[in-house]
Design a protein around this ligand. Structure first.
Ligand code: B4P
Length: 194
């Protein structure tokens, strides 16, 4: 399966991506994690991305798209993958469509984790204490929520119109949220098979 995992910052994309990808036996590809690894290693990509990430802005589409194109061309992504945090802009949707189309594939499902604004802020301030991420401070957090609303929420309509969007309640234990995701994926697969 080729699945996209969406949700506002702190919705639990990274947390759920690991569980879902492991069960489906596909790689979880997180653009945020790839950027953070590059920042840590101080690669040219990391130096460029850091400027945007620390401010809570999206890294420019050209950089992000090229990075994803390279990653999904790896052998381990041949049989499917879970994209965590990509696409986040309309331009990234168009580019992903092209990448998949070139190989005769398409997106199978888009999982959107929904979480209230208060819970998001609480989770991320908590993560700030644990991980010390520079983009988890209160001001940057608010900006990241705005960027999500302006640039990423419009994607929901795009995938809803294609009949691919699955809205999942992201509140509750990690296990409960995963169970809801699997139940919806099973339901959709069942419907498509019949
Ligand atoms: P990401 O790494 O995607 O980070 P995120 O949105 O903050 O986190 P996520 O939703 O994965 O939450 P998590 O599971 O950690 O992006 C970081 C930055 O990278 C972006 O701001 C941007 O600059 C750049 N970037 C990434 N992709 C890009 C793209 N496509 N285009 C341009 N730029 C891009 O969970 C959050 C916290 O909640 C954790 O502490 C977790 O333990 C906790 N949690 C999770 N599930 C929970 C639950 N059920 N209950 C309670 N707590 C829970």
């Amino acid at each position: 399966m080729r699945i996209i995992l969406m949700g506002p910052p702190g919705a639990g994309k990274g947390t759920q991506a690991k569980v879902i990808a492991s069960k489906l036996d596909v790689p979880a590809i997180s653009t945020g994690d790839i950027f953070r690894a590059n920042v840590k290693d101080q690669t040219p990509l990391g130096v460029e991305a850091k400027r945007y990430m620390d401010a809570g802005d999206y890294v420019p589409d050209e950089i992000t798209n090229a990075m994803v194109r390279d990653r999904i061309a790896d052998d381990d992504a041949d049989a499917g993958f879970l994209l965590d945090g990509y696409p986040r802009t309309v331009s990234q949707v168009e580019e992903l469509d092209k990448m998949l189309d070139e190989d005769g594939y398409s997106v199978d499902a888009v999982v959107m984790l929904t979480v209230s604004a208060e819970e998001l802020v609480e989770r991320l301030l908590n993560r700030a204490h644990v991980e010390g991420r520079l983009d988890d401070t209160e001001d940057v957090l608010r900006h990241r929520q705005d960027v999500f609303r302006e640039q990423t929420e419009p994607l929901l309509c795009v995938y809803e119109d294609r009949g691919l969007l699955l809205r999942i309640d992201g509140i509750g234990s990690v296990e409960n949220v995963s169970s809801r995701v699997f139940a919806e994926l099973d339901r959709v697969q069942g419907e498509r098979a019949s």
